[in-house]
Design a protein around this ligand. Structure first.
Ligand SMILES: [Zn+2]
Ligand SMILES: [Zn+2]
Length: 329
């Protein structure tokens, strides 16, 4: 099968013909229809995350059809493969509803092969059953950008005024969820990123501007999607007393030191790590009652490097997705 393969971090992905992997117990073989391109893929590609499996097929926002294997899904069923590929089920984290924090967890497109390929195999117990009725490419970004965004929004508590720092794949989905929940959205982007600001306004943000522009009022919570540590003290300065600053990315540059005064007043800073299967079922159940659309820039499988370069340059409107098969419904 054809795949885009990372052989050495820091080097471009290479097109390769790979042998079809063996099917282990509980695993299904999936024909990939589309696979989202997440910022985490870029961090792995650029060598910013330690110890990936090598050689590696990136990609953890996979939408496809079951070809064979397992017992949970019928052949032809539409499934999603998210970031959490496996958790041990036995450790303190796993037995307390926090399998996202399992020390032995495996991750799709990082410590297991992912979806930048014509086919993939995945543990069916960690797959998500997906609805019919929308193209694969529109569903793909929901599997990480949507899910991590959703978990981050939950961590923001009942904050009414939400600041989204970095308006890419995750923010453009979660802004819609936040609006549907009656929250007010403030989008903060890189200076002069008019594209992202206009998308934010289209999706219901009442304010969209550069991170350097003054906000019209204080925030109750800030969610930082951009991998820039200097945003943490800036977000703390923007939230009211009791406000939360949620860091949603897997990688961030160092956070500069800041005066305690910024944290004082029961402000808090926390990170979101990975996701649980419960997040997946909760989020997709929620979407059945909510109109959330994804803005997608499609690329071919062989354009994976191009898509990653666009993401690195901040030149993707919404979410980049590799369209692999013809499994549209
Ligand atoms: Zn565990
Ligand atoms: Zn991701």
């Amino acid at each position: 099968m054809h795949a885009q393969v990372l052989e050495s971090p820091g080097q471009p992905l290479r097109p390769r013909q790979l042998a079809r992997p063996e099917l282990e117990e509980h695993h299904v073989r999936i024909a990939v229809g589309a696979c989202g391109v997440c910022r985490t893929d870029l961090h792995i590609r650029d060598g910013e995350l330690a110890s990936p499996k090598l050689p590696l097929v990136l990609g953890h926002e996979i939408v496809g059809r079951v070809i064979e294997g397992g017992s949970r899904f019928e052949t032809g069923a539409r499934v999603g493969v998210p970031w959490l590929a496996w958790a041990c089920g036995e450790c303190r984290a796993c037995t307390s509803g926090r399998e996202n924090l399992c020390e032995r967890a495996l991750f799709t497109g990082y410590t297991r092969d992912g979806g930048y390929a014509e086919e993939t195999v995945a543990d069916e117990r960690f797959c998500v059953a997906l609805p019919e009725g929308r193209p694969d490419s529109e569903l793909a970004p929901l599997l990480c950008a949507g899910l991590i965004g959703y978990r981050s929004l939950r961590f923001a508590g009942d904050a009414e005024r939400i600041g989204l720092y970095g308006f890419g794949a995750a923010a453009h989905i979660i802004a819609q969820v936040a609006r549907a929940e009656g929250r007010r959205v403030f989008a903060r982007t890189r200076p002069d990123d008019r594209e992202a600001q206009s998308l934010a306004r289209e999706l219901g943000a009442e304010w969209a501007g550069s991170v350097d522009d003054a906000l019209p009022e204080a925030l109750d919570a800030a969610i930082i999607f951009a991998p820039a540590g200097e945003l943490v003290p800036r977000a703390l300065a923007a939230v009211a007393r009791g406000g939360r600053v949620v860091c949603a990315g897997i990688h961030m540059s160092d956070i500069p030191s800041f005066p305690y005064e910024l944290l004082w007043g029961e402000r808090s800073v926390l990170s979101v790590a990975n996701l649980t299967r419960a997040d997946g079922s909760e989020f997709f159940a929620l979407l059945e009652h909510m109109s959330v659309r994804t803005t997608v820039q499609p690329f071919g499988l062989d354009e994976a490097e191009v898509a990653l370069a666009r993401l690195r340059a901040g030149a993707v409107r919404g979410a980049a997705v590799l369209v692999v098969g013809d499994h549209r419904s």
